[in-house]
Design a protein around this ligand. Structure first.
Ligand SMILES: NC(=O)c1ccc[n+]([C@@H]2O[C@H](COP(=O)([O-])OP(=O)(O)OC[C@H]3O[C@@H](n4cnc5c(N)ncnc54)[C@H](OP(=O)(O)O)[C@@H]3O)[C@@H](O)[C@H]2O)c1
Length: 305
């Protein structure tokens, strides 16, 4: 069983965790802070970020912390975050694309994309693209290359990329769009690894999913919807346990690019980190390339080595 006790010393590593103020992101940041990393809490609300930093400092860690404001629902703000980061930091060892929104009422990002697709997928596509040259220029501390960990969900199983409705032009179904965004996270993570290998770069791109956890992700569900989900899924884990697949993907020595890490019990809802086979629709190269081209065109961000 792999737990955070297995995380080796992370002193000297610089890490960004998006959505680090609560839930899985908070626990991911805590474990890396405890292990000695310099952890950048990339959060959209300054107040929530400061509150999280105070809680992390009270819990204690041998690393260091920094707050940076990042709104993934605004492509300009993502660019500003990345430019400020690159100006301040000479390296980036681990980028954890964790932030997410689930089943909100129909809404759009500042740039007009369906909110879940815009934040969960396109925002992280853009963030990773801005930071890619720095990731690629960062030599590994104890394993080769820097890492990009993109957090998905078992909801990806039900995802379909509807290229005609990515701005919610035609209709909105809250869970359908969440599942679509989480499939996009898997397609992105695998496609990034294909591109890294084609370019001969050292970066590692992996996906992770936390299973079913008690977090604020359910904030848009009614009590009845929440109870029905728990009846279907079973007991929810505490977020420290849900953070383990992201942490494993971020630091374990045997991690390989293109893989997907998940809690190991059947269904992927509970357990300890293990590699999970990706279903064929998550490995579909044609859809992944079309999605990448779409993201490149819509965001104007082209990855450079
Ligand atoms: N919890 C689960 O059972 C579960 C299951 C499968 C997958 N996941 C995935 O795990 C990841 C973390 O979710 P969680 O459960 O920890 O949820 P959470 O407690 O709701 O945390 C989500 C984080 O994302 C941030 N966020 C939302 N919109 C943002 C935006 N526009 N810009 C920047 N940050 C934004 C939130 O900031 P605010 O606090 O300011 O809103 C918060 O920090 C997500 O990708 C989610 O899809 C979770």
């Amino acid at each position: 069983m792999w737990t955070k006790k297995n995380i080796g010393d992370q002193t000297g590593k610089t890490v960004i965790v998006t959505g680090a103020n609560t839930g899985i992101g908070y626990e991911t940041a805590l474990a890396l802070f405890e292990a000695g990393a310099h952890v950048v809490l990339a959060c959209r609300s300054e107040r929530n970020a400061q509150d999280a930093e105070a809680r992390l400092l009270a819990q204690g860690g041998k690393g260091s912390l920094e707050i940076a404001i990042l709104n993934l629902a605004n492509l300009n703000a993502i660019g500003e975050f990345a430019r400020a980061f690159i100006q301040k930091h000479k390296k980036l060892d681990i980028l954890i694309n964790n932030a997410g929104v689930m089943t909100p009422p129909a809404s759009k990002t500042d740039d007009g994309f369906e909110l879940q697709f815009g934040v969960n997928f396109l925002g992280h596509y853009a963030l990773t693209g801005h930071l890619y040259p720095l990731l690629n220029a960062t030599p590994g501390v104890d394993t080769p290359g820097s890492r990009v960990v993109t957090v998905s969900s078992m909801a990806y199983l039900r995802g379909v990329i509807d290229f005609d409705n990515l701005h919610s032009e035609h209709s909105y179904d809250a869970f359908r769009e969440y599942a679509q965004s989480k499939l996009a996270n898997v397609l992105f993570s695998v496609e990034l690894q294909r591109r890294i290998e084609a370019a001969g770069d050292q970066v590692i791109s992996v996906a992770a999913q936390p299973g079913a956890n008690k977090t604020d992700l359910s904030r848009f569900m009614t009590e009845a919807e929440y109870n029905a989900a728990v009846d279907r899924i079973g007991a929810l884990m505490e977020p420290w346990q849900g953070a383990l697949p992201s942490l494993y993907a971020a630091v374990a020595d045997d991690v390989q690019g293109g893989n997907f890490y998940s809690p190991d019990e059947p269904g992927g809802y509970r357990g300890y980190p293990a590699k999970l086979a990706i279903e064929p629709h998550g490995l579909d190269e044609t859809v992944a390339k079309r999605l990448w081209d779409w993201a490149e065109t819509e965001s104007g961000i082209r990855y450079a080595g």
